[in-house]
Design a binder for this molecule. Structure first.
Ligand SMILES: Cc1cc2nc3c(=O)[nH]c(=O)nc-3n(C[C@H](O)[C@H](O)[C@H](O)COP(=O)(O)OP(=O)(O)OC[C@H]3O[C@@H](n4cnc5c(N)ncnc54)[C@H](O)[C@@H]3O)c2cc1C
Length: 281
């Protein structure tokens, strides 16, 4: 029953299922970033197991010659247990990613983790320049400063709105304020960033990006759009057919619960979808 419920947002339970989805996407000229679901591990053994699962994912990506990166959360790599071990785990992955010309994308978690996450991203960039991507959340007041720092260091950024519940002391609360900040930061990244990723399903934002890109004559090879697997497939197809680069964030694995709950919370209509499926099953 859970498989049926989650399959709209989650590619499957196993790496094989995740790779299968990546192969289908590649055939449609869609890039991907593979996420082995999991966060907040509480032992070094679990953190090492996360690292190993990602090393296996990179091996499969290489074997199948897929245009894919990997996305991970630092709490899944042991940040709460030992920041040093966490960093060593990510470094091992970045080394592998650089060897096969892939990339490690470090998701951004709640604001408790922002400073620690950016510090590790910076150190990975020192060792493997260009093979790590940071994520910046437009709802945080601090994001413009962070983007300027990351852009000055040549670190690619994924810009998203932000998916965690944050207090008004650190984040905009009203959607119009978050959206306005998103557009402002998107333009900053398109002007000064290194191969930024515009990660949103918001049609207004996508249209504003298209308008700005046309107006500023920004080549389609200088940035990419990113969306989540299973969301706004119509918009995804449209962007690809217009010749834009699109990368889908493809999650797989057993630890689907927090990811699935964040997707449900983002859109009230998803609760109706869930209720209908529950009744059907
Ligand atoms: C590739 C990618 C990576 C991300 N990585 C992170 C990260 O590292 N850290 C983080 O905090 N957040 C991350 N997010 C989530 C992001 O912060 C937002 O919570 C999420 O993308 C919804 O914002 P939106 O820009 O799509 O705009 P919204 O204004 O929320 O949505 C715009 C429209 O998109 C559609 N839509 C949006 N969400 C859903 C949904 N769940 N189900 C169905 N339709 C939906 C609806 O049509 C909606 O009207 C990521 C998002 C993407 C696309």
């Amino acid at each position: 029953m859970t498989r049926q419920l989650t399959s709209r947002f989650v590619a499957g339970r196993t790496l094989g299922e995740g790779i299968g989805v990546l192969q289908k996407l590649a055939a449609e000229r869609i890039l991907a970033t593979l996420d082995h679901l999991g966060e907040n591990v509480s032992s070094l053994e679990d953190a090492a197991a996360s690292r190993d699962s990602y090393l296996s994912a990179l091996a499969q990506i290489q074997a199948a010659q897929l245009p894919a990166t990997v996305s991970l959360k630092l709490t899944q790599f042991g940040l709460d247990v030992s920041p040093e071990a966490c960093e060593a785990n990510v470094l091992a992955l970045a080394e592998r990613a650089s060897a096969i010309d892939s990339r490690v994308e470090i998701d951004m978690e709640s604001s408790d983790y922002t400073d620690r996450t950016l510090a590790i991203v910076n150190r990975i960039q020192d060792r493997f320049p260009g093979y790590v991507r940071a994520v910046i959340q437009a709802y945080l007041y601090r994001s413009e400063t962070d983007i300027k720092m990351l852009s000055a260091r040549g670190i690619p950024v994924r810009l998203c709105k932000g998916a965690y519940r944050e207090p008004p002391s650190v984040a905009f609360e009203r959607k119009p304020d978050v959206d306005a900040n998103y557009v402002k930061l998107m333009k900053l990244l398109l002007a000064e960033g290194n191969y930024p990723a515009i990660a949103s399903h918001d049609e207004n934002i996508v249209r504003e990006a298209e308008r700005h890109i046309r107006e500023q004559k920004i080549g389609a090879e200088r940035f990419e759009f990113q969306m989540l697997y299973g969301i706004r497939r119509d918009l995804q197809r449209e962007l690809v057919s217009q010749g834009f680069r699109l990368r889908l964030y493809v999650p797989y694995g057993d630890a689907w619960y927090p990811y699935f709950m964040r997707r449900l919370a983002e859109r009230p209509a998803n609760l109706i979808f869930l209720a209908k499926n529950l009744v059907r099953s």
